[in-house]
Design a protein around this ligand. Structure first.
Ligand code: ZN
Length: 69
């Protein structure tokens, strides 16, 4: 349960909007479940994967150019 001061009542977390807002007045009350609470190392892995795939793509392009030339 989470308390909304504006409404002066509490709401079950399942009743909040997908953004974690109060369903009655729209006040932000809690972090949304699942989305938005991505841990920092997720982004580290994502950036690493993008850099790696970008590097491999560049290697592929160079390989292709060498085959033409
Ligand atoms: Zn409210």
């Amino acid at each position: 349960m989470t308390w909304c001061e504006a409404c002066d009542r509490d709401f079950d977390l399942g009743l909040l909007t997908e953004n974690g807002d109060c369903p009655a007045c729209g006040n932000w009350l809690a972090d949304p479940k699942g989305a938005g609470s991505v841990p920092w190392h997720f982004w580290l892995v994502l950036i690493g994967a993008v850099v790696y795939l970008g590097w491999r793509a560049l290697q592929g392009i160079y390989w292709g150019l060498q085959q033409i030339g």
